[in-house]
Design a protein around this ligand. Structure first.
Ligand SMILES: [Zn+2]
Length: 59
């Protein structure tokens, strides 16, 4: 399996800041704490997993 990285995508929850702007899940994740979605990274790497399509060149 090969994963091809296509690029980085800004976190939709914290807008790339890495911190919660408001409380989430009834205060389980507090405003100002590390973003519950990206865990403070602020972005996600988007990629596709390649495999299964390119194994047909065998004799
Ligand atoms: Zn985030």
């Amino acid at each position: 399996m090969v994963t091809k990285i296509l690029g980085a995508k800004q976190c939709s929850q914290c807008k790339g800041t890495g911190f919660n702007s408001v409380d989430h899940f009834n205060g389980q994740f507090k405003a100002g704490g590390l973003c519950w979605l990206c865990r403070g990274k602020g972005r996600f790497y988007v990629g596709i997993v390649m495999g299964g399509f390119m194994s047909t060149l065998d004799d």
